[in-house]
Design a protein around this ligand. Sequence first.
Ligand code: V47
Length: 382
Amino acid sequence: MRPDIPDALRDIYEKVEAGERLSAEDGIRLYATPELNAVGYMANIVRERMCGNVAWYVRNQHINYTNICNKLCKFCSFYVPPKDARGYVLYPEDIQERVRRYLHVPITEIHMVAGINPKLPYSYYLDIVRAVKEVRPNVAVKAFTAIEWVQIARAARKPLREAMLELKEAGVSSIPGGGAEVFSDRVRGDLFWTKADSEEWLEVARTAHEVGLPSNATMLYGHIENPKEKVEHQVLLRELQDETGGFLTYIPLSFHPERTEMEQIPGPTGMSDLREIAVGRLMLDNFPHIKTFWIMNTIEISQVALWYGADDIDGTIQEYEITRRTYEETRQFLTRKQLMERIVEAGRDPVERDNLYNVISTEREVREAQPVGIPGELPVLS
Ligand code: V47
């Protein structure tokens, strides 16, 4: 359905139709307009031009190897400070146990990120990557946010490039997009002042691309940031992508205030989640993919987001600890069948991918997934 393009957005629409780059000022107008459907419609033009009717998903597993973190970010409910009794570290044998839990599922990607735990030596990072590859040699390890990479290089007492090459050799094949938050000194000063700033985050991404590790980029929204700061963030990402071409996917992350120091703020809504996807698609014209991370956006909003610029819905997940429904419950997953059904219901063609967007399967239907028993645990669906 084509909504009327309001006169106030007509010049932007003409640029989108002509495949021209939008300016920062255009981006700010896309945030300001009440005409969300028109913004979504324009984003969908770009999305379909780049990806047709495809909606990508991946069979993946998330592993968060430690919750101990010395960064004290106000928006985070996952971390505990060093010495807190609730702190944990997964050692290589624990990581292997987690990987074995889902060996019966044909997972192609393991997404491994965590807090900044200054006690962990450089060898730990090499060991956990090797531990995954030992149990599942063919899985792609997507590991460590830019903030962790800064810590890894510090622990290694080596230049980042060298540490990256060694971890690549150990089995890391791409880098997730976390830790970027919003590239704004004002927001950083209030919410995450101990963490890498935009220059450092971008330098980690640049180095990754130079050593042949493709990466993602995120932006955390729905807290104290403003549209100008978000557009500046997107323009900085777009400029780096012009330079390196190493980014795969942009993922706007919907802030979940519950159990954080900021739980008094209301957080984003379904409408703002859709707008972030759409503005991201329109501004980041050189990013091949835009992801709606269903864990944070909900699967329901993610279905709609597939018509607002998103072409990727992430994956089966299995367990997720960074944002969770309750403190105790970390199981959050959709089976492949459920993911495919939601995509088909949304009117898109599900395509299973690996971490580099190689096609694994274009099946549209699967038989009922078989529950697989793990002694002492709930059944797991493949
Ligand atoms: O860097 C922390 C964010 C990120 C909260 O690359 C929060 O494919 C919402 O980056 N509410 C980690 N977000 C997750 C991440 C990610 C997720 C999915 C896919 C990919 C990818 C990357 O989560 C952190 C931070 O920005 N975060 N706390 C919160 N309360």
